[in-house]
Design a protein around this ligand. Structure first.
Ligand code: GLY
Length: 309
């Protein structure tokens, strides 16, 4: 057994001034801290990286502070449609769901796709039917919809535009999406990403979060990556795989690869967003082209740290 584990989670990227102004900074920090503490316990006991990222992502989905699960942003019809994916770095097994409704934890459904189907991605009604076979809990629509998202959606409807989560009062507000990456005591890597997507998005729009290689990627030989930001830009640059490729082909460290990935995102498509990365040695890294990002980490069994930076 390797002697240490690592865990990183994120709760979105963007301009975070409004969070500080509204005084909700402490709430985010507390939420990240508690989830990381529980994630630490799971990994310390020998839990797998795959279980740890699913567990942390589900906890982030349950917290209405974040744009995933409960608290997701609303589409053009005022409905919640969610995307999620999970990947196991041991064998590149992956599960993803897109444009799903009702399922309490989309990441749990993505895990069922990985474990119990021969497919990588299920969408819409078929995914919901599969959730029933997996005995996953469904919730009424109003469970997912929180007041702040309704206000935000009304603003977007007025202007007729799509917005990135809390974009309403500025060009670069917080971009939602949550994610987790982990390395377990055996040295296995895993990654998970989950989101409600973009405010007032077109019905049926799918972002980067459930696309393997775009919003999520894990390979024991390189690193585990979870992304947040403008999904179309991450899809077009296949950014999470790009970061793994920097590690594989250029022998970059996690931090060098995260930085190079974000540079590539900006250079190619003027992209807006961020990534968290853990490499096979357990080193943690972050990169973002937004002015801020919400994240926390435990590197190589060390101290728990949280940041709204
Ligand atoms: N990154 C989340 C989305 O664009 O849907």
């Amino acid at each position: 057994m390797a002697e240490h584990f690592s865990l990183m989670i994120h709760g979105g990227a963007g301009a975070l001034e409004h969070i500080r102004r509204e005084g909700s900074e402490a709430g985010f920090m507390q939420s990240l801290k508690v989830i990381l503490q529980d994630g630490r316990q799971l990994l310390e006991k020998g839990g797998t990286a795959l279980d740890a990222v699913e567990y942390c992502a589900a906890r982030l989905e349950d917290d209405p502070l974040y744009n995933a699960g409960r608290g997701s942003v609303l589409n053009e019809y005022g409905e919640v449609e969610m995307d999620a994916a999970i990947m196991d770095g041991q064998d590149l097994a992956a599960g993803a769901v897109a444009a799903i409704t009702s399922i309490k934890n989309p990441i749990a459904l993505a895990r069922c796709v990985l474990d119990q189907s021969e497919h990588v991605m299920l969408i819409g009604k078929g995914a919901k039917e599969f959730a029933k076979l997996c005995n996953l809990p469904a919730m009424p629509d109003d469970y997912f919809v929180v007041e702040s998202r309704v206000r935000q959606w009304r603003e977007a409807q007025k202007t007729g535009g799509m917005m990135l989560d809390h974009e309403d009062a500025g060009p670069q507000r917080k971009l939602g999406t949550i994610g987790a990456v982990a390395r377990d005591l055996k040295g296995n890597l895993a990654a998970a990403t989950s989101t409600g997507g973009i405010v007032n998005k077109r019905w049926g729009r799918v972002g980067d979060s459930p696309i393997i290689g775009a919003g999520v990627f894990a390979d024991n030989q390189t690193c585990a990556v979870s992304a947040t930001g403008y999904g179309e830009q991450f899809q077009r640059t296949v950014l999470s795989k790009m970061i793994a490729d920097f590690v594989y082909f250029k022998q970059m460290t996690a931090q060098e690869a995260a930085t190079a990935g974000i540079e590539y995102l900006v250079e190619k498509v003027n992209g807006l967003g961020g990534v968290i990365v853990i490499d096979r040695q357990g080193y943690c890294a972050v990169g973002h082209s937004t002015s801020g990002m919400i994240y926390g980490w435990i590197e190589r069994s060390g101290e728990l740290c949280c940041k709204l930076a």
